[in-house]
Design a protein around this ligand. Structure first.
Ligand code: ATP
Ligand code: MG
Length: 193
């Protein structure tokens, strides 16, 4: 099954995202936003760990704004020098500033790497996820470290384009699975993890 290595699959997935027109990216972000906002686990969540999209990722900015507007407590990652993730609150679009690699990060004080363990829902980026929840990220291992701290009952949801839920994704011992994916047309898919 795993005749493709992570590096090759990453390049393929990135190339497909790069080839996508902006109109599809923006529309995808809106559709994913609406699916996630309607999830009962999200409407009832006190704290949501999310991420601010960059580059060719499906746009999460509208989703984060909508969650915050309706009163959820949203925490976003702050990248640490060793690649691990700390977390700080999102307090509106003005509460962000460019961090390392130009990614917008919260300016609020960091709350510790364990903050993600107290979230009721965790939204994560991915380049691909397979039908067993195995997730391919951008290769820093940041989300493997963060997801390892999240309890087994917490919905961990990767936000993907429609073509990115694959039959199989290569995984190693340290890789942390996700429990669901959210896609523009297909909506939410729960995975047997
Ligand atoms: N818990 C961990 N502690 C320290 N290093 C880790 C941990 N988990 C993964 N790593 C390291 O991170 C590197 C990249 O891992 P991997 O290829 O799985 O990244 P990824 O899942 O695509 O990235 P990300 O999680 O940031 O989206 C690997 O060299 C791995 O050893
Ligand atoms: Mg990994």
């Amino acid at each position: 099954m795993h005749d493709i290595d992570k590096g090759t699959l990453r390049r393929r997935q990135v190339a497909a995202r790069t080839a996508m027109p902006d109109s599809i990216r923006n529309e995808s972000g809106r559709l994913i936003r609406d699916h996630v906002l309607e999830m009962p686990q999200v409407t009832s969540a006190g704290t949501i760990a999310a991420y601010y999209s960059v580059g060719t990722e499906p746009d999460t900015r509208g989703l984060i704004f909508a969650l915050w507007k309706r009163g959820s407590y949203v925490v976003l990652p702050v990248l640490l020098p060793d690649g691990d993730l700390d977390w700080a609150s999102y307090e509106g679009p003005e509460s962000l500033a460019p961090g390392p690699r130009g990614v917008l990060q919260p300016v609020e004080p960091v709350r510790g790497t364990g903050t993600v363990a107290r979230a009721d829902v965790v939204l994560v980026p991915a380049l691909a996820v397979d039908v067993r929840g195995r997730r391919l990220g951008r290769g820093g291992g940041s989300y493997d470290r963060a997801l390892a701290r999240v309890g087994p009952q917490v919905p961990t949801i990767a936000l993907l384009y429609d073509s990115e839920l694959l039959p199989s994704v290569p995984a190693e011992e340290h890789d942390q699975a996700v429990r669901a994916v959210a896609r523009p047309k297909q909506g939410i898919t729960w995975l047997p993890v």
